[in-house]
Design a protein around this ligand. Sequence first.
Ligand code: AMP
Ligand code: TRP
Length: 336
Amino acid sequence: MKIFSGIQPSGDLTIGNYIGAIQQWVEMHKDPSIDEQLYCIVDMHAITVTQDPKELRQKSREIAAIYIACGIDPEKATLFIQSHVPAHAELAWILNCTARIGWMNRMTQFKDKAGKNKENVSLGLYAYPSLMAADILLYDTTHVPVGDDQKQHVELARDIAQKFNHDYASDIFTIPAPVLRKEGARIMSLRDGTKKMSKSDPVDATRINLLDDADSITQKIKKAKTDSEPMPAKLEDLKDRPEVKNLVQIYASCADISMQDVLDKYAGANFGTFKPALAEVVVAKIAPIGEKVKELLADPAYLDDILERGAKKAESIAKVKLAEVYDAVGFIPRKG
Ligand code: AMP
Ligand code: TRP
């Protein structure tokens, strides 16, 4: 098994990124059937919408620190910055020529992000899923652990890989599969249980940021939307209570127990009891991450060294795949 995943260095990472993505990656460290794990800081994806260059630079290092602080071991996984490995952009171009416009038009994230402004967003935002396919396909990735919102993009990467292999009568690309958590693949906004918790939401109170301190985590949970019923005993009873379901989900992920376990513990309780208990488990999980990130960011040379080693390793794999692709499509190799 080969694993690839990535996060954009934009906005503040949330507990949704942690539960949906990073926590899965950390768990994969323990799986002996995994041969290779690559985790990328996808700065080239980030610039598909306007970014402040200074902030982008800062966020890229911050994400590296967050990966490590969350428990990703740079000795077990390759951590690197996307723009350090030019093969990503080079393969993305080739895949732009394989992907069909009709396929791109089906991408729901583009529709959501572009909204009514379709004519005025960047071409990069539209083409972004083929860059994501390049990220995945360069490394013979078999499994892509992501949150629910990225499933469609991984499926597109499969379609692109299959079409390329077919068009060039080759088996150059391994066909990847998305890996989603059974519970927690989609953490919702604290203010609206029908909306994804997002690091780009303008309202900070909708999310728990990985770098929030204990106080603000507690305050945000206290103010999170709920309803006036007590906690239910059965999972089915959460069906029409999206905000409560979300809080139960967050509790379960942070305490490493199932949602049913949470209900067994709190059935019949009111939110005056449940919310402080939830705040406690979230703070216990998240606050140490912030502390560790601060420590890591104080030593940028250490981080840059890890990222440099990661880029070298990633490049050595990506170069070989790109050369195979160039050969398959009929590009003449350079003489020198
Ligand atoms: P992004 O923040 O869009 O760069 O997402 C990085 C990773 O976190 C992707 O795998 C997303 O699917 C995942 N992710 C982002 N937000 C959430 C959320 N609210 N719930 C679960 N996973 C999420
Ligand atoms: N598009 C993903 C997101 O916004 C990030 C990403 C880029 C990614 N390349 C990837 C995720 C490759 C998994 C694999 O969340």
